[in-house]
Structures are given as structure tokens and as C-alpha cells.
Design a protein around this ligand. Sequence first.
Ligand code: G3I
Length: 338
Amino acid sequence: MAREAVPPEIARHAPLAPMYAHRFPLGAAVEPRHLEGADGHLLAWHFNAVVAENAMKPPRLQPAEGRFDFAAADRIVAFAEERGMTIRGHTLLWHEETPDWFWRAPGGGPASGHLVLERLRAHILAVVGRYRGRVHAWDVVNEVVDPAAPGCLRNDRWLQVVGPRYVEAAFRYAHEADPGARLFVNDFETTQPAKRDCLLGLVRDLRARGVPVHGMGHQMHVDVDRPSAREVDGTLAAFAALGLDNHVTELDMSLGPAPRRAPGDETALLARQAARYGEFFRVFAARPDVKAVTLWGLSDADTWLIRGARQGSGDKPLLFDANRQPKAAYREVAGAAR
Ligand code: G3I
């Protein structure tokens, strides 16, 4: 995006990131299209950190074995570097976003665990190596835990084909590619007690074996009811007690399922959302172990909660409305910085 003057409708509101600059970088998840026009201005004005919502996922970066496509990811990285923004990387391994070719042997049949690990190493060395010293933190593994599974690891193809060692392997490869990068386990519903205990057990075990894990990524796709700010604080404290950094990696706050929303409810829900955003940011600001906070999107004009199957949900989970104007939630987040 050309660095033209910031439009007055954006520049008249105080930028958020400087309010938290003494505490943590404030980021947003974006697609390349958000680097242009009003979204590009909103991003550069209010945020000093960025993550690719989809552009760094394995099927995007390596759609076929050995064929890498860094174009979209590079655009996001360039935008951030031109503006001195910090960059998180998302994600190196996720069962939902592993390209099919990972699982196929060259002859046709299923790939062995050994081959899958070789491919994982090649992928991680290429990706983390390309952005070495530029992406400061990686979500190395995403959503690997399932509290209902024996042993806590999700019963997915990674576990079935490679066995539990794939988690450790992913961290070791990432560290090999960039020894300076901070490496994270990333997951959702980290306040849920059984899930939290599984995650605590996983990182404790990895660290006991000398695996380079530096932090816990808490996605925090929350809603106007749950979880409470107190529960969030308790969860962050539990991970900090292990000596880990906490990153809030995918924060947004749904108004709740559309069928439950009667006409006229929205005003009250947006007020509740604003108050809760304020409470959450007070918790984040008060905890030195919270080292990054990222919103999962820029504005209510374009969020995963209104795309695809959720189209028509009318959800409004972010700090800026569909016209890129600050919501009450923005004002509460700004207020929480004081
Ligand atoms: O790029 C194609 C496009 O070419 C096609 O026309 C369109 C048709 O549906 O699909 C597009 O791809 C979609 C992509 O988002 C880009 O919009 C995929 O179908 C869709 O599955 C994908 O969803 C993403 C999802 O992760 C799965 O990767 C969401 O945008 C993204 O917000 C979401 O993010 C995840 C985090 O990575 C992990 N934590 C949960 C979070 C929310 O689900």
C-alpha cells in the first residue's frame, strides 16, 4: 500500500497500540486484502503487530511437496517490516490445515511416520528459515490437545501416523531453523479446567525433556458470557507459574449464537461486550507474563465469524465496526490502558 496520508475518519481516534506499548505489542490477524485501503490504514494506525490469518498455514505455503508459495505471506511481512510492526507466525502444524500430500507415499500408499516427520522438518526449516529473525514468535503446534483423549493428545492423523513424538519434533525443528524465535503451543478454550490441565501437563513434560517451548498461546475466541476475566487471569497465572510467556493469540468476542439474539438485544450485548473487553485488557495489562495480544481480525466488516457457514450470523466480535469506526469496546480497551 502506498503510504498516503491517513484518512481523517481514522486519524481522529487515538491509536490503540501506543497505549499498551509499555506492556505488549497489540496485533491483528489479516489477509493480504486487509493491507489495502481503509483496512490498511486501520491496521497501521491502531496496531503495532500482525499475524497472517491464513497465509502462513502449511497448505498455503507448500501446496505441493517442494513447491512453496510465499507471495501472500511475504506481502504481510513486508507491510509489517516497513512500519516496524512485530510479526507472529501462525502456524507450523495443525491437523485441520495439513496438506493431503503429507500423508501420501510417493508410490501411492500411506506415508510412514518417518516420511511424515521428514516432510515436517523440511517444511519448518523452509518456512521458519525464510522468516528467521523477522517473525519473533511461532505457533508451532495448533490445537493438538483433546481432554477427552487418553494421554490428552488429539486422536488425529499426526498421532495415528507419527505418534506423540510429532509435537517434540516440531519444536526442535523450529528451534533449529531460528534459535532466536519464541515458540508456542497454541490452543482454544484454555480456561476450561480439563483442557488447561492437559496443556499444562504437555508443556511441563516437553520442558522437562529440554524441548524448546517458550510460551502458551491462548486463542480466546470468547463470547459475551464466558469465560470470566477472573478465569482468564487464573489460567494465565497457571502457565506463568511454569515459567512460560503468555500470548493472547486470537482474541475476539462473539455476541453469541444468532438464534438467541432477539431484535433489540444488540445494544445491550454490545455494551456487555465493551465492558468485558475492558475487563480482559485490565487483566492482560496487569500481568507481566502477557507478552503479546492479538485480535483475530480488524473490524466487524470481515471476520471468520461472519464468513462461510457463519454468513448472516450478524456477529460483531471486534473493536471496530463494519465502517471501521471504533465501537464501545475500543473505548473500554483504551480506558483499560490508563
Ligand atoms: O481461499 C479460499 C477461497 O479461494 C475460496 O473461494 C473460499 C470459499 O469458501 O475459501 C477460501 O478459503 C477459506 C479461508 O478461510 C480463507 O477465507 C477456507 O475455506 C476456510 O476454511 C478458511 O477458514 C479459516 C480457518 O481458520 C481454517 O483455516 C479462517 O479464515 C480463519 O479465521 C481460521 O482461523 C483459525 C485459526 O487458524 C486457529 N484457531 C481457530 C481460528 C478460527 O477458526
